[in-house]
Design a binder for this molecule. Structure first.
Ligand code: SF4
Length: 409
């Protein structure tokens, strides 16, 4: 069950060729999340500045879609104008949202303006009105709230829905329950993302410097600074998550990855899927050749790489690629032996549940930082491209902090 990079397609994304661009439209929010690192500092950004960022990303990253993030991006009063601007510039818009306050009518408005999908972050660190009165914010409650939004998106029509969780040691055992929920609702949702918790370890192991000046980083001074007591919670890797999913759902597999900038063994982005039908019968997954074909053909036709397809493009058509992809041949054999027993089964809808596993940057024992190759989530700060996960360092110190170990491990 070990991942082997030779069996996976290495995504061809780079600094100047990325399927994604990241724009933070506001730092205002309508709920409170523990440890949030955007804290009502500047409020809503002016529309003109946001448009400039979109054009910058289009020019320098050749983006296929723009992720609008925050804060809660749907609170921005000119969000519809921004989405239309992105569409007029030939790109898709994904909204990264906590979902709270969204209605079906609002989703229709967003879709009509040009939004193609929403990525929901619903987790137990949030103080959400939906959790009020509950004895515990546990997986069943979280999944119930997630399902409410998945159904709302499906009713609005023409939008994709994705759901994200952050994984640490405390909720690691909940992974199968989350994936099972996504499988059960694969007719409503397109993808799930599992992000391994990461942060800057502070309180003993490293000293941090900005442009040669020592910085006293305290837990809380950067939203992602992790205190000494919590550092054992940030050791889960994407490989651990992969194995956990695979052990419960053998039909799942990864097809592509982004490596690290320093550690040749790391899987920073690991993209995979499960092919199943509307009766929840799982057949397998497509492999590296299919992803290679998707990236290459899309780039040939549209001139850029892709992460989010507009709608459910494939369905049964995915099996046509079995000619080139041995994983798909296995899935097709399973599908054929299933339909041969009862040909009516041929008409059940085929869904593909995409599963992304992310392992954000980490400080290695020698003080170097292992970032994601090509960083698809870069945003614009002060005329530069910077990784959005470390934007706070640019806001506070105008540079990335450098870590120096205090002792050898
Ligand atoms: S480096 Fe940070 S912002 Fe860039 S892709 Fe990785 S986690 Fe996302």
């Amino acid at each position: 069950m070990e991942l082997d990079k030779r069996n996976l397609y290495r995504m061809p994304w780079s600094l100047n060729e990325s399927p994604l661009g990241w724009v933070e439209v506001t730092d205002k929010c309508n709920i409170y999340c523990k440890g949030c690192y955007r804290r009502n500092r500047e409020g809503h950004k002016p529309l003109d500045k946001l448009k400039d960022d979109v054009l910058f990303l289009k020019k320098w990253r050749n983006c296929d879609s723009i992720a609008l993030a925050g804060g809660e991006p749907t609170l921005h009063p000119e969000i519809l104008d921004l989405v239309k601007f992105i569409r007029d510039n030939g790109m898709k818009t994904m909204i990264i949202t906590n979902g709270f306050g969204l209605t079906e009518a609002r989703l229709v408005e967003l879709r009509n303006a040009g939004v193609t999908g929403l990525s929901f972050n619903i987790n137990s660190t949030q103080e959400r009105p939906e959790f009020k009165g509950a004895d515990a914010v546990n997986l069943p409650l979280l999944n119930e709230v997630r399902l409410k939004y998945a159904k709302m998106v499906a009713k609005a029509g023409g939008l994709t829905a994705a759901f994200k969780i952050t994984v640490n040691k405390e909720n690691f055992e909940e992974i199968p329950g989350f994936v099972q929920w996504a499988i059960n609702n694969a007719g409503l949702i397109n993808s799930i993302t599992l992000v391994a918790l990461r942060g800057l370890p502070v309180g003993g192991r490293f000293e941090y410097y900005a442009d040669g000046k020592k910085i006293d980083v305290k837990p809380g001074s950067l939203g992602y600074a992790v205190s000494a007591e919590k550092q054992d919670k940030i050791t889960i890797t994407s490989n651990d998550i992969y194995k956990k999913i695979k052990s419960h759902f053998p039909e799942y597999d990864a097809n592509s990855y982004l490596g690290g900038t320093t550690d040749h063994t790391s899987f920073k982005w690991l993209i995979g899927n499960i092919i199943l039908n509307s009766r929840l019968k799982r057949f397998g997954s497509y492999g590296k050749k299919t992803m290679e074909i998707i990236q290459t053909v899309y780039h040939f036709v549209y001139g850029r790489y892709v992460l989010h397809l507009k709608k459910r493009k494939f369905g049964k058509k995915v099996f046509l690629l079995a000619l080139f992809d041995k994983n798909l041949r296995r899935a097709l054999r399973k599908f054929l032996s299933y339909v041969i027993i009862n040909p009516v089964r041929l008409f059940y809808r085929i869904n593909i549940l995409n599963i992304a596993v992310l392992q954000p940057p980490e400080i290695l024992p020698d003080g170097s930082c292992d970032m994601c190759e090509g960083c698809p989530d870069m945003c614009v700060y002060d005329g530069k491209l910077v990784p959005s996960c470390r934007l706070d360092e640019f806001i506070q110190y105008n540079t990335l902090l450098k870590a120096y170990p205090l002792f050898k491990e």
